[in-house]
Design a protein around this ligand. Structure first.
Ligand SMILES: [Cu+2]
Length: 123
């Protein structure tokens, strides 16, 4: 009987490990709402970015509103190298960043040390 229980536990652990490494993890993503020729998305910065994948409509002026709720200095800057943007994110303050949506594509952003990432998809 004990062997069967151990076997079941082992199988459950193997299943968990497989899921952990090979399963599809949900990435928080968002699509901007377009209103009055404008689109914006709020991004929470806390141990990473949420959402971390943002879809924007091409040709519509876009603003990403970053709010850093994380005290660590790691996330105190946000860098969009494709757009030459490197902005400070004061803690608990909303920082709006305008994104050029004139060209479709995928644009990465990162923290100042290139450790945390997110991306904007313009389509
Ligand atoms: Cu960092």
């Amino acid at each position: 009987m004990a062997r069967i229980i151990i076997l079941i536990i082992c199988l459950a652990m193997i299943g968990f490990i497989l899921w952990w490494f090979f399963g599809k993890h949900e990435v928080a993503s968002a699509t901007a709402d377009v209103a009055d020729n404008n689109q914006s998305v709020d991004v929470e910065v806390k141990g990473g970015y949420s959402p971390e994948v943002i879809t924007l409509k091409q040709g519509v002026p876009a603003t990403l509103n970053f709010t850093r709720k994380d005290a660590s200095s790691c996330l105190d800057r946000v860098v969009f190298s494709d757009f030459g943007i490197n902005k400070e994110l004061p803690q608990n303050e909303q920082q709006s960043i305008e994104i050029d949506t004139s060209k479709p594509g995928t644009y990465q952003w990162a923290c100042g040390m290139d450790m945390f990432h997110g991306k904007v998809i313009v389509e």
